[in-house]
Design a protein around this ligand. Sequence first.
Ligand code: ADP
Ligand code: MG
Length: 332
Amino acid sequence: MGEFDLIARYFKRPPRHAAVGVGDDCALWQPTPGSQLAISCDMLVQGRHFFADVNPHSLGHKALAVNLSDLAACGAKPLAFTLALALPEVNEPWLADFARGLFELADAFDCELIGGDTTCGPLNICITVFGEVPVVNGRSLALLRSGAKAGDDLYVSGSLGDARLALSVRQGKLTVPVDVLTAARARLDWPAPRVALGLALRGIATAAIDISDGLIGDLGHILESSGVGARVRVDQVVKTIACCAQTTKPKNQAGADLVLEDWRALALCGGDDYELLFTAPPRHRAAVAAAALASQTPVHCIGHIEAGAGLRLVDDQGLALPDHYASFDHFA
Ligand code: ADP
Ligand code: MG
């Protein structure tokens, strides 16, 4: 099958909102008057972001999900995306499953595939996503990393650490009971972009980012961009780990139960969660709770922003914890 047949069979669909979609030299899109475009691009490379034997159905989902997660973090409504695809071969069953995962998620967010590029090469998936944010009275409603203020509460959505747990099992660093692994793998392979929460937080959150590289690293971006510091109650983050609540517990390579220190490392450094990390002033506590409810997304307060630069980790008694987590692969 040639390149054009492949595109026509797996990726070309009639345009819905695009003025011109797949098939011409450019896609054409009519922006909503008075809004800004939000644009983000993420590449997934075999061996680095996924294993060669990954299920193509979940890969199609994840490739778009990680991009939609960036729109969510910005408070942008998804509109459309492009898909640049390098394929080692034309494997039709693989392509059919990949396209199914991609379009299931795209349709769930009414986000339209409007173009791309297809070439032969080592498997590589690059998606650029387009969203929009209203501008009200000359002010953009986009959520940025740079707006956190001293005194703001610090929140995280959903659960952290479970995706990393699944990855550690895959890497042979942990063993977990099968029910725990199933739940953790769902978090790794089928991330749910928090788009509804991001939209609900417009005008409420002062700063936001999506967690792709772990809480500590991604919080660092907010702190740096905003010129502030933070105090994080680590055990509030540990409580979000869904797998931690199971009765049958994971074991490390030596066959021992994970200790609190292990759970803290998972919660603070685990990547691939695609949850939102955001800040909001205490006067917006009720509004944050309402946004969580409206978007059907759990939200947890895990600390607050402080004027002094740097990150301070504390336990539930407020005692300082060592901050060696950032540079620390607990299961290495
Ligand atoms: P050009 O050579 O003008 O860049 P191409 O031949 O690469 O165009 O692509 C033909 C059409 O198919 C274009 O509209 C392009 O956006 C679209 N396209 C190519 N690959 C993909 C893909 N993987 N998914 C969606 N659209 C694609
Ligand atoms: Mg081209």
